[in-house]
Design a protein around this ligand. Structure first.
Ligand code: SF4
Length: 314
């Protein structure tokens, strides 16, 4: 089994206020795209392949997604390899047409974030041109649910001290628009400090008890409309971090091989390189530090599990 978390570009059409990415690297070159395909092709013992599209914004390099995703899908079909793909996207470019193309390539899980109802969302999920993004994201989701296919959308609702009042309005709006849609799962999550330039000023709800109470209130309201809710309290316990799994690799847009999608700029995370012929050069010492974490690390118990998580995430 192999899970590849691919960054087809590290550019993004958004500039979210809490983002930790540096946007220094552009689109994956043709050479690296080919090398990813050779990496997949070269694994002749493969029984299951999972591609997870991440970024930057992966749909800002839709051609790369189609090239590698199309290859992977066909290769797996031809060779009897189980295959699925998922995408973490801001949703702005995910219109019905692109979604249909992606579904044809078995990209069947999407993770999209909203930061409150329109006004609050547009204050933090800002496009690179300074404008908001709420209306377009919602319109895109409305178009996707018109598609009569199997897929899942995890709607991650970010809350923080300054948007709490807008969340009930958002839940109601989502409920009225998508309420009986069982392909959508709602997930309430506090924003976090992941190393971005605005970390110190982020209006995070710091106290755990307060967060639990907030989430419970939101979940109770959401239950009126939605049957699928991800609960931080119970589902998090089942979550296994992809970074501690030996068969999960992040391939950056420049061909660097890493383990974690958050510590992008930490040297300990760069465990190797994807070569032009699709082989990997890996520093085994660095690699082992990820899959055999210290005995007091919470990753230790997670590492025992074999099942991959459905989404890449911070
Ligand atoms: S959409 Fe994601 S990558 Fe883009 S700015 Fe926002 S948090 Fe960063």
């Amino acid at each position: 089994m192999l899970r590849l978390i691919l960054l087809p570009t590290e550019q993004c059409n958004f500039r979210c206020t809490y983002c930790y990415e540096a946007f220094e690297i552009g689109k994956m070159s043709q050479g690296i795209q080919e090398a990813v395909c050779r990496l997949i092709e070269g694994r002749d013992d493969l029984r299951y392949l999972q591609l997870s599209w991440f970024g930057g914004e992966p749909l800002a390099a839709f051609d790369v997604v189609k090239r590698i995703g199309g290859f992977a899908h066909e290769h797996c079909e031809r060779n009897g390899i189980a295959y699925n793909a998922d995408m973490t996207t801001n949703g702005y470019l995910l219109d019905g047409e692109r979604a249909a193309t992606l579904l044809d390539q078995k990209v069947e899980s999407y993770r999209i974030s909203l930061d409150g109802d329109r006004e609050a969302h547009d204050r933090t999920r800002i496009r690179a041109n300074g404008r908001g993004s709420f209306d377009r994201i919602l319109k895109n989701i409305e178009a996707i649910v018109q598609i009569d296919r199997e897929f899942r959308i995890m709607l991650r609702i970010h809350y923080h001290r300054e948007n709490l009042e807008s969340i009930p309005g958002l839940i109601e709006r989502l409920g009225r628009t998508f309420g009986r849609e069982d392909r959508i799962t709602l997930f309430f999550r506090n924003i976090s400090r992941f190393g971005g330039p605005n970390d110190a000023a982020l209006p995070i709800v710091e106290e755990k008890e307060k967060r639990q109470a907030i989430e419970k209130t939101f979940e109770e309201q959401a239950k009126t409309w939605f049957t699928n809710l991800y609960s931080n309290e119970t589902d998090d316990k089942k979550y296994v971090c992809y970074a501690c799994q030996g068969n999960s690799l992040v391939i950056r847009a420049n061909g660097a091989v890493q383990k974690c999608t958050v510590a992008l700029y930490d040297d300990r995370n760069t465990i190797g390189r994807l070569n032009d012929d699709g082989t990997l050069t890996v520093d085994q010492g660095k690699f082992r530090a990820w899959i055999a974490p210290p005995s007091d690390s919470p990753c230790r118990s997670a590492a025992k599990h074999a099942v991959p998580p459905p989404y890449a995430r911070p």
